[in-house]
Design a protein around this ligand. Sequence first.
Ligand code: NAI
Length: 462
Amino acid sequence: MSQPDGGTFDVVILGAGSGGYAAALRAAQLDLSVALIDKAELGGTCLHRGCIPTKALLHAAEVADQTRESEQFGVKADLVGIDMAGVNAYKDGVVARLYKGLQGLLKQPKITVVQGAGKLVAKDAVEVDGKRYVGRNVVLASGSYSRSLPGLEVDGKRVITSDHALKLDHVPSSAIVLGGGVIGCEFASVWRSFGADVTILEALPRLVAAEDEEISKAVERAFRKRKINFKVGKPFEKVELTDNGVRATIQGGETVEAEILLVAVGRGPTTKDLGYEEQGVTLDRGFVITNERLHTGVGNIYAVGDIVPGLQLAHRGFQQGIFVAEEIAGLNPAVIDEAGIPRVTYSDPEVASVGLTEAKAKEQYGADKVSTYNYNLGGNGKSQILKTAGFIKLVRVEDGPVVGVHMVGARVGELIGEAQLIYNWEAYPAEVAQLVHAHPTQNEALGEAHLALAGKPLHAHA
Ligand code: NAI
């Protein structure tokens, strides 16, 4: 018996987050017909529950800090308080405008948006509400969710994930942040700026443990100064509800109490009960395994975004989505270098990096072939004006290009654009050194670091 027909398309995409909608837009540009399926809002985690709303909170946090600390610039102001309703209205306004824009972008003849929960029911078909959407190609882009730990029950009130944290209607008086990775450090930073007592619990020996070790040290130093508490090197054991909050225990028995606990121990792939395995797609701990061209090895099924092992970042999803659309169109796009994907943590201070850490570079090229240079932002005029501390660390291979750029300090996220060009174009220090960097900018610090590495430092010692 034939099933009700949703139609046949060049590309059927399951999931309209960063990876899925980017694939849809690029495929449509390439004149392919697209069905873009999602059970929730177009834009996915990044737009509605991730990058955009959290960065709005972080900006409000920066405004709070600047008001509180305005006196050091000779400006008199009192921080009267944080009106969470106002903060949320600002945040939601940003999301709403971008959402409207995205809906407009996707409204085009080549793209059919299908609202509903999809399931892969054949190697070339996704079913939504009993209707079958057949694709000459299928792109799995179902994204990720906030993961918890065994025995740790998220109740959405006192034990929460970032989804709930984005909707809080008040500033908690105190918070435990479980996990000192990207989400943990960003929320710890926001809540501290809003006046909460914050304690981060991290199992690994350092905060932002995926970053270069010296960067972690600088973040820890800055957090200590901001009176953000953190306990590293001991895994969390359990959490209990108390009369008016939570009590967390870490290995060894030490306890911490607070009003709420944020679970930020990573994000898991959304791949359960979606029919992937039934159709022969290989899953590893829930992640979809693909080759470097993002093909699953089954039919014409591809996967993009957070369900593919690697960095769970929106811009990686965008790039993978574009890649797959071009692959389907036969354009033979260049394989994406994961190390070349820029990474930014928007806490105060910010962390931004691209390429290899010093440790990874030494592993890859041999310890004697790798050298590093740290340029202290203390010598950078604009950073002095902003009163921020931090540094830029370059990692290079002997007689070779720069293979890692690592930065910490206020606003360094905005410097990642040049840093990623340097890494991805395999620039030599001498090549960057001959480019003129505007004065006074923080960007100049990148130029100075390369001048130094090229053996001709201007505002630094060699
Ligand atoms: P994450 O992997 O960055 O950090 C999770 C941390 O939790 C790790 O440091 C881990 O050691 C720790 N952990 C795990 N089990 C633990 C235990 N039992 N006790 C104590 N600590 C434990 O994941 P996170 O921060 O949840 O973020 C999820 C994803 O979202 C990441 O891939 C991240 O890149 C992405 N994201 C990116 C942002 C950005 O680019 N600015 C912002 C927020 C999230």
